[in-house]
Design a protein around this ligand. Sequence first.
Ligand SMILES: Nc1ncnc2c1ncn2[C@@H]1O[C@H](COP(=O)(O)OP(=O)(O)OP(=O)(O)O)[C@@H](O)[C@H]1O
Length: 881
Amino acid sequence: MPPKGNQFKSNSIKEENKSGAPFMFPKTKKAEPKLPSFDLQDGRLIKITGLFFLIICLYFLIAFTSYLFTWQDDQSYVLESNGGWSNFWKTPQELADSGVTNPVVQNWLGKLGALLSHQFIYEWFGVASFIFVAVFLVIGYRLLFKVKLFSISKTLGYAFFSILFLSVAIGFFHGWMTDSPHYLEGEFGFWTNRLLDVQIGAAGTAGLLIFAALTFLIIVYNIDFKLPERKPKAVAAETDAVSPDDGSASEPKFAQNYPVNMVLSPEEGPAPTVPPVTKLTQNYPIKTASPENEDVDGTDQYEFNIPKKRPAETANAPKVVPLAEVFKPVVLTPEPVLEIEDEVQEEEFKPEPVFTVAKTEFETTSNKLVEEFGLYDPELDLSSYKKPTLELLENYGPNKIQINNEELEANKDKIVETLNHYNIEIDKIKATVGPTVTLYEIIPAPGVRISKIKNLEDDIALSLAALGIRIIAPMPGKGTIGIEVPNQHPEMVSMRSIMATEKFQNIIQNNTMDLPIALGKTISNEVYIADLAKMPHLLVAGATGQGKSVGINAILVSLLYSKHPSQLKFVLVDPKKVELTLFRKIERHFLAKLPDEADAIITDTKKVINTLNSLCIEMDQRYDLLKDAQVRNLKEYNLKFVNRKLVPTDGHRFLPFIVLIVDEFADLMMTAGKEVETPIARLAQLARAVGIHLVIATQRPSVNIITGTIKANFPARLAFRVLSKIDSRTILDAGGADQLIGRGDMLLSTGNDLIRLQCPFVDTPEVEKVSDFIGNQRGYPSAFLLPEFVGEGGESSQKEFDPGDRDPLFEEAAKLIVMHQQGSTSLIQRKLKLGYNRAGRIIDQLEAAGVVGPFEGSKAREVLLPDDYALEQFLSSINSK
Ligand SMILES: Nc1ncnc2c1ncn2[C@@H]1O[C@H](COP(=O)(O)OP(=O)(O)OP(=O)(O)O)[C@@H](O)[C@H]1O
């Protein structure tokens, strides 16, 4: 909404033009001195009007009261037949001539008092005219003292009805006694009754009056509640509770708010399961369900009837029940502000009470928004986006385990032989053929010590003449000893075969995992899919050429196949510069970057530090948003946002998951050390709840790279083949990774379990096709922008302002910012339709020039110029330089 000041300006310009006068800025008009004007907004006029009403009120009150005593004396003076109002100007002589028997008026307020009272009371509405006094009082009091006795509009409405109704009602009863109009009902009341009598008869008139009275009571009583189907009988019972001349009648007299978790509103329809509240005494605490409360004296308690019998029966024997018991059937929402309302009712009338659980104002607005616009759909911006298809991936091999019985037999024989050689007897042996290794499970004869078998690991490997034998003794949860022997012809697990499985497709379709990553096949040929969001971070290690990069590609591809660009963003760090370049094409869909960065894939160590720190800012901002939304994690937050319970005007936004992938962590640690370790450790410690997850890969899992701090925060670790047992221990806290066979053979440690997996293979051309497929679709205008981070000596810290070098839109941007008093880049971007980079440059210039303050993280920058005038002065000063 444009500011008011501008509206006034444009209005005044319009008026100038309408009248044909030459165009002038309103400023020039200021020169003419003006007399004080009494327009409607002037407080003095209002006060005078208020005073006038109060005087009139007093005048009428005295005149009317006097009329009750003096009307007979003044009758001949005020009668229409004797001259009526024209007598006001007549001399006593003239009055005598016109037949006035008593020319000296007795009314305490003289001729005018007598004439006015006669007009209002006798000729119009009878004693009901006193209601005018009340009306004038309410209006005058409000205008003069600015004190709201009652709502003026309601007062006028009720007064109008009451005057007419009372006049006719009094006329109806008085009509039985007299044949001529009387001051009690006035001529209006008298003649209306006559007319009604002729048309609908006395009974009809009585019916009409009752109907009018009840209608009035219904309207008055239900003024704040909707009850169109309210029975007249119910209203009849309420007559004691509401008085028609009570200006506050819109609220039931006995309504009180109590901090109990629900609203009892008898107006909203029947609820048969709930007993009626028969008595409600103010200012007493509500008793909780305890046996001693059941017999307490009714006057000190809130008592509720359980309608076990018909109302008439329960009226005689009301049973006191604790509030908690009465309200049992209602499912409560957490801590809404709730009220109990009741009314005084006659014994025989028992309306059926109704429970409604009050919705907070906030809930109702969000419900309204959802009704109007539907749920917020984050995918709408890129609604045409298509997820990559399976055809983009290659199908390697038959995808079926080829069981070579000869090999199996030979291996079994060798194992049995070797063990026998060491006097270890075997009861049973079972083989499970996996893609790369076959697991032989041995049940040793009773009495054989497991440690003995474990110690023979190398001997068995030697006798089997195979690399990569791993002995698992005992097999967790199985009571057997496992010997993993590599297959002579390992099978390649293609990414496509994993993606095509029902398991993966179900996960994608049913959204059962937030960040599903396909990690290949287990030793028993099961497809293994993990949820990165639950891990919540992943440390990947493996010697060079063992399949690490393929593994990272597999993780990226799994996520690209399962998520919409609005739900997920990657921050890609690739110090090796070549591994992740394939994903450059998906920048505008899936990548996040620093505001001023040209390239979304970060290869420079300095920029990595800035990006990691920026991610920490993003994390902190997200925590602030979560705190503000009173939720504990990203999922709950987004759910609230989708349900429109959080609105962008409060700074809320839909939060996509952010996955940080670092392909060569060792390189970073060597060049930047603590500068990298600190933000990584912070993110690893805290970022999971706000949807930021890390995948850190390293070739060298030595302790100076994977430090204690980092390791402690990465419970999930993935080891490809490493060169030494020590490396294996560093990464997995256990041996085994050194005995893997490479080419995607890996061990996944999830804290307790160690699972051997064959990583799915996805080749570079496949990745390229997938990124092409995504990149060729319509994307966002730019990559997802991370918060700005100004490091020491960073570009943004140069705050020299050169007026000659300013952007052509500098002035326009400055005006915009001063007008909105909001120093935000996105405002400039939006209003001037600029790209982020240019808008960012302008805001830097504005900062250097002193129009806005420094960057303040998530908040908009402070605007240092208060108004247009200051800006104009400022601009002319820099222009003159
Ligand atoms: N899951 C797999 N299935 C089959 N072969 C694989 C698999 N993973 C890797 N390989 C083979 O191993 C080779 C090396 O893999 P990759 O490039 O991933 O190694 P790396 O660990 O990333 O090496 P570096 O650290 O030097 O980049 C691949 O070219 C491929 O032939």
